[in-house]
Design a protein around this ligand. Structure first.
Ligand SMILES: Nc1nc2c(c(=O)[nH]1)N[C@H]1C(S)=C(S)[C@@H](COP(=O)(O)OP(=O)(O)OC[C@H]3O[C@@H](n4cnc5c(=O)[nH]c(N)nc54)[C@H](O)[C@@H]3O)O[C@H]1N2
Ligand SMILES: Nc1nc2c(c(=O)[nH]1)N[C@H]1C(S)=C(S)[C@@H](COP(=O)(O)OP(=O)(O)OC[C@H]3O[C@@H](n4cnc5c(=O)[nH]c(N)nc54)[C@H](O)[C@@H]3O)O[C@H]1N2
Ligand code: SF4
Ligand SMILES: [Mo]
Length: 880
């Protein structure tokens, strides 16, 4: 048994995992009991990591215009095209668009190449869509992009306020940590603030389902109320802060009293009052914030409005308290440390500060350094659209799906003279649009470091060989840099050498002026780097980390004091109109990751939320003529999306929620980025992904169907989504054409060139019922079911189970065509527990038959809910 200690590549919790390979070469993944982030637990995504190791569609060789080429030719071509464009149009005519999923070492060299050598700051990252509002709020309040807290503060807090965070699904291991903290300390109170009720609300003592976009009013109101009711930490405020008066004046103006706040936020006055009382009376408060705050056209102000409340009460820098931005991507923080955003330099230095520029240039010894901020993501794609930026290199992100107004993003990519993409997957919506494709290594193969939400730097270590000719991102970047003539600045032979330089820069002429300092690591040997233990920056001279910042009341502003920010609440930019009466909120589901390039290939992770849904209040659904399980047509001036209707009282009236995950690779028309306007925060440039306005109407399907096939096929129906199942792909289909010859449709779709295979079918044109199955040898190859009504289609799960068999018995073939399982109980229903693969029907049956009363009973009987715990809120709902 060979064991590798590494870090999970998904969310910003940054869990340690142990990857074990047995003597037969079979891998398994376990939580690393020694890693401080997860202390022995993993969520469903982490648990399923092994299932996503062998990607069926890797990008293995460099390509130019779809033709395989050598690495030499690929890197030389990228270098020549970039050089030519720079010579003709200047350095600002080229750009990089990178990602919080790169390792710190990759990020460091990308940033050095663009800002230090090419001399433009046109390098921005998908963190712009993710954390840039929090970054700017931190900078304004603390003088530097600093997260004060440590995960241990969650264990010690007496009140945890979660604002715009669905931690139960998005930071599951931290959510479970809060669940445990509440068990250990029943006095711990939890408040959730979110227009929706989510699985996170399950833990809450108090939920504030405020009107979308009104958080700044709520926190301004809290600030004023705390000050008026004698809860200011006067000594701390005087000694360690500036700007209290202006902030309070604005707070009083905009949120004078509980009643005004309640009215503006559309909450009950008692609810607001309870929250304010609770906040005032509890010393140890952690306020967690995430995308419900950040992804807003006033996200920076919202962040500061909540930080203000911690400054007023002095609840920062001490155990169990502080404002805590949960970061999204595995290396969101590492990217910020090396200056991956277009308005940063490196090592938390500022691009618009001439001394900082001199410092970095002196350290890098390069001849030109960018002297002004570059284009932020949304501006960057606009500049590509208008032809100002002519060459773009995209690394580890899928902007054709994830940027707002994605139709315009695609147009920009189509117009761009030279699109280079480094990715590990051959087909994504973005990779498909590239002129030059560069195959990158991915998790399990690559080597370097990441930084999680609480500043812990951990190693990602490889345990798999490089497939095909794929290379690490830093190697690819260095090779292009050398081909562009910058070789002397890119002498690195390993991630370790890059890391040492990054550490040295953090300490260079620092003398305590910058908090980000990992200087003691600049001399690490290769062996020490390999053995690096998870450590929270900044480092002390002896190499020890720092759990919590600001314990000494010192901040990193020029005055050394924290800064209150006067906040004038602003409403979101899109307003409801009679044509577009719904607020569209977007975000994540439990078991999927972003644009599905990884979780979309795992049957286990695809089972929980199999299709893109639009969640809507049942009364709104009724008013709009929408049926549960039907298909909705969601549209505005920018575009349209089709998604399955899911009614839920967790959704407030007038708002709908659509997940961000479905791309063109997995659906006909479910990419929700098409509906998000490219509206951004004026300071951070972060898009308002939580607030578009839309119409929601029924899509009148004339027929519904599904298809299960071992091979990937390309259905041409108005609605389809693709779901990975064991041994096959499942397609849910619907169309609005009234007459179709189903046998001909089936032959075209299922057989493609080869129709000789064995084929059985059943067709009742009068009832629009069609069923077909295709066999190769005795093995089921594909099956297709069509009906006039979605409710008349057979259950999918047992049909999928037939694909596990090498051949089907005649009775099974007959039952297949009849659309009825041979044996009862073969249908488990929708997966609830992804860790143990337990379906909803199995759970319901067990609850009824065995009189199960609690989540623990279900666990004892079925194992469900006993591993990662993410499905516990759903188990509770089933019990109810
Ligand atoms: N399963 C899973 N986990 C993930 C990811 C994933 O793709 N899948 N991605 C990771 C990444 S990169 C990120 S950034 C994080 C994001 O983690 P979160 O921010 O927790 O997730 P989201 O679902 O984007 O949005 C959080 C909540 O904001 C709420 N919200 C919307 N509008 C408002 C508002 O006006 N006010 C308030 N207070 N709340 C509002 C939404 O209803 C939603 O429940 O998740 C990380 N973890
Ligand atoms: N509507 C809406 N839009 C959103 C959001 C939202 O809440 N709502 N959230 C926003 C947020 S917070 C985020 S973080 C973004 C995420 O959006 P993206 O970053 O666009 O999404 P991913 O699917 O994570 O894309 C990562 C890409 O990197 C590739 N990859 C994986 N590993 C490697 C590697 O080691 N090297 C290289 N070169 N490539 C690799 C993957 O195959 C994939 O194509 O979406 C944003 N967009
Ligand atoms: S919480 Fe889950 S997805 Fe996030 S790092 Fe841990 S195991 Fe990975
Ligand atoms: Mo994110």
């Amino acid at each position: 048994m060979k064991t590798t200690k590494t870090t999970c590549p998904y969310c910003g919790v940054g869990c340690g995992v142990l990857v074990q390979q047995d003597d037969n070469g079979v891998f398994s993944v376990k939580p690393d009991p020694e890693h401080p982030a997860n202390q022995g637990s993993l969520c469903s995504k982490g648990t399923a990591l092994v299932e996503t190791l062998a990607h069926p569609d890797r990008l293995l060789y460099p390509e130019i215009n779809g033709q395989r080429v050598s690495w030499d030719e690929a890197t030389q071509t990228v270098a020549n095209r970039f050089r030519t464009i720079i010579e003709e149009h200047g350095a600002d005519a080229v750009a990089f668009y990178v990602s919080g999923q790169l390792l710190t070492e990759d990020y460091y060299v990308a940033n050095k190449l663009m800002k230090g050598c090419i001399g433009s700051a046109n390098i921005d990252t998908n963190s712009r869509l993710c954390m840039s509002s929090a970054v700017a709020a931190h900078k304004r309040a603390f003088g530097e992009d600093l997260v004060p807290c440590s995960y241990t503060d969650l264990d010690q807090a007496e009140l945890i306020v979660l604002v715009g965070s669905n931690a139960a699904w998005c930071h599951p291991v931290l959510f479970q940590r809060m669940v445990r903290a509440k068990k250990a300390n029943p006095a711990l109170k939890v408040v959730t603030i979110d227009p929706r009720r989510t699985q996170t609300t399950d833990l809450a003592d108090l939920h504030l389902g405020l009107a979308p976009g009104t958080d700044a009013v709520l926190f301004n109101g809290l600030l004023a109320w705390l000050a008026d009711n004698g809860h200011s930490a006067t000594e701390f405020v005087t000694q360690s802060t500036n700007g209290i008066d202006a902030a309070l004046e604005m707070a009083h103006d905009s949120a004078p009293g509980v009643n005004s706040v309640a009215e503006q936020c559309k909450l009950e006055a008692e609810t607001v009052d309870s929250f304010y009382q609770l906040f005032a009376s509890t010393e140890k408060v952690v306020t967690v914030f995430s995308q419900g705050i950040n992804q807003s056209s006033s996200g920076v102000d919202k962040g500061n409005a909540l930080i203000n409340c911690h400054l007023l009460t002095g609840r920062i820098g001490k155990p169990g308290m502080g404002p805590f931005s949960f970061t999204g991507q595995p290396n969101a923080m590492g990217g910020r440390e090396v200056g991956g955003l277009a308005n940063q330099l490196a090592a938390h230095l500022d691009i618009d500060n001439p001394q900082h520029r001199d410092l970095v240039q002196g350290f890098w010894q390069t001849s030109c350094i960018a002297d002004k901020a570059g284009l932020k993501a949304v501006e960057l794609f606009e500049a590509i659209h208008s032809g100002k930026v002519k060459a773009l290199w995209i690394m580890a992100t899928n902007p054709a799906v994830s940027l707002p107004d994605s139709r315009r993003v695609r147009e920009a990519l189509e117009k761009c003279e030279c699109v280079v993409v480094s990715d590990c997957v051959r087909h994504t919506d973005t990779v498909d649009m590239a002129h030059i494709r560069l195959p990158a290594l991915t998790w399990g193969e690559r080597d370097g470091t990441v930084t999680n939400s609480d500043r812990t730097i951990s190693r990602q270590r490889p345990f798999l060989p490089a497939p095909g000719e794929a290379k690490q991102d830093w190697e690819i970047i260095c090779e292009v840099a050398r081909a562009m003539g910058f070789g002397t600045h890119f002498p690195y032979r390993s991630a370790h050498e890059i890391f040492r330089e990054h550490a040295a820069l953090s300490a260079f002429e620092n003398d305590g002026k910058r908090c980000f300092d990992i200087g003691p690591w600049q001399h690490l040997s290769a062996t020490e780097y390999d053995a690096l233990q998870p450590t929270q920056w900044p480092l002390h001279a002896d190499g020890q980390g720092t759990a919590r910042l600001f314990a000494d009341g010192k901040f990193f502003t020029p005055s050394g004091k924290a800064q209150f920010i006067a906040v004038t609440p602003r409403p979101p930019q899109s307003t409801r109109t009679p044509e577009h009466p719904f607020v569209l909120n977007t975000g994540r589901v439990r078991d999927h990751w972003h644009t599905l390039t990884r979780t979309g290939i795992s049957p286990r992770l695809s089972a929980h939320s199999a299709e893109p849904t639009v969640e809507i209040h049942p009364c709104d659904a009724r008013d709009q003529g929408l049926q549960e399980g039907g298909i909705a047509h969601i549209h505005n001036a920018l575009g349209a999306v089709l998604a399955r209707v899911k009614t839920s009282r967790n959704q407030q009236r007038g708002s709908v929620f659509v997940p961000m995950h479905w791309s063109g690779q997995f659906s006909a028309a479910a990419s929700v980025g098409r509906l998000i306007p490219a509206v951004t925060d004026p300071i951070s440039g972060q898009p308002e992904a939580k607030h578009a306005t839309v119409a929601v109407e029924p899509f009148t399907a004339q027929w519904h169907g599904f298809l299960i096939s071992r091979r990937k096929l390309s259905p041409a129906s108005a609605y389809y989504t693709i779901i990975k199942v064991e041994h096959a792909w499942r397609y849910e289909l619907a169309g609005n054409e009234t007459s179709t010859s189903w046998p001909a449709f089936a032959r075209q779709l299922l057989c493609q060139e080869d129709c000789a295979s064995n084929w059985t079918e059943y067709y009742d044109p009068a009832r629009q019922t069609y069923r077909a199955a295709r066999f190769i040898g005795g093995q089921l190859e594909s099956c297709l079911f069509i009906s006039a009504s979605a409710g008349l289609l057979p259950q999918r799960e047992w049909l999928v189970s037939l694909f596990a068999q090498d051949s089907l018995q005649p009775a099974e073939r007959a039952s297949l065509l009849a659309g009825k399982p041979l044996r009862a109980g073969e249908d488990r229903g929708r997966t609830v527990c992804a860790c143990f693969n337990v379906g909803e029907k199995t759970i319901r049956t067990a609850i009824a038959a065995q009189g199960l009363k609690s989540v623990e009973d279900i666990g004892r009987c079925l194992n469900a809910g006993t591993n990662c715990g993410s499905c516990v809120p759903e188990l509770k709902a089933l019990l109810q």
